[in-house]
Design a protein around this ligand. Structure first.
Ligand code: PMM
Length: 293
């Protein structure tokens, strides 16, 4: 999932894609680099950001959604507002990505349910006005899993079909670096919620912390893409459905390699099974004549 932030103030790429034509071109470039879908957002969610009003969010997002969808791009809309989600879906968006998991706007779940659209439910503990508040955990993985489970239940109760729900740990949202790393170390527990998993680590603060080392200065957001690609490989290996990134090429390569390694592991397991059961790997289709592997 490639990111197009149509904002003047996102922490990672603020202002670069603020113009509609430039934003659409950027989304198409991300697809050419390997993105399967493009996430379009018009409101920065960085800590302390002031909310944009509805009219301005619509003005930023809808033309970009329409422009990309008309080119055949699978578009996701990154919004906490039901009205923006509704108009984006009507303009060709295929998926709604709500960092509040439906908490910020009570009309969101009904709108998504009525459209029968896929819905990303992110772990969220509220607006982060005044810093990284509410980021206190005793057991971050357990608490995030439990809180996401509760949101999934609410979303299901609101009429969104189970197969439409994607879950996301919300890296960096009310979380310090050690929380983000613990969540990445235990993606299997998020996976166990039984829904496709989206991981959005791209350029985030915890990567800056890791790269800085003890006492060092974190590199700026745009110098965190190699680290992002590394997390993408790890997330893909852990079974993530998608990774949300600003720079697609490196991540697309990382995901391809992770997939190839996974396939080699599966082939190895098949070969071992074949040895112990007497069937040949070819008989199991490892190198099938139909060329489908
Ligand atoms: N993070 C940001 C924006 N949208 N959506 C999902 N599902 N998960 C996230 O972690 C997430 C998101 C903030 O990052 P940006 O400002 O670089 O887009």
């Amino acid at each position: 999932m490639g990111v197009v932030n149509v904002t003047p103030d996102s922490f990672s790429d603020g202002g670069r894609w603020f113009d509609t034509t430039v934003a659409v071109k950027h989304g198409l470039d991300l697809v050419a680099e390997g993105a399967d879908l493009v996430d379009v957002g018009g409101e920065s969610t960085r800590p302390g950001a002031t909310r944009v009003d509805e009219a301005e969010e619509l003005r930023r997002v809808i033309p970009v959604v329409r422009g990309l969808a008309s080119e055949g791009v699978v578009v996701s809309v990154d919004t906490m507002r039901a009205s923006v989600a509704e108009q984006a879906l009507a303009s060709g968006a295929a998926l709604v990505n709500d960092v509040s998991g439906g908490l910020a706007d009570p009309a969101m779940i009904p709108v998504v349910a009525a459209a029968d659209a896929p819905f990303v439910v992110m772990h969220w503990r509220g607006f982060l006005q005044g810093g990284n508040v509410k980021g206190v955990y005793e057991d971050v993985v357990g608490e995030v899993v439990d809180e996401l489970h509760a949101r999934v239940e609410a979303v299901l109760a609101g009429g969104i079909a189970p197969e439409r729900i994607v879950v996301d740990p919300g890296l960096g949202f009310s979380k310090e670096a050690e929380h983000d790393l613990a969540l990445l170390a235990h993606l299997d527990r998020l996976h166990a919620l039984g829904h496709p998993l989206l991981v959005a680590a791209s350029r985030k603060r915890f990567l800056g912390r890791v790269l800085a080392g003890p006492g060092g200065a974190p590199p700026p957001a745009r110098e965190r893409d190699a680290a992002t690609a590394a997390v993408s490989a790890l997330a893909a290996h852990a079974g993530a459905w998608a990774v949300r990134v600003h720079e697609v090429r490196a991540t697309a390569d990382a995901v391809r390699v992770a997939r190839a390694v996974e396939e080699a592991r599966e082939e190895g397991a098949r070969a071992v099974r074949a040895r112990t059961t007497g069937t040949t790997p070819d008989a199991e289709g490892v190198r099938g004549a139909d060329g489908d592997r």
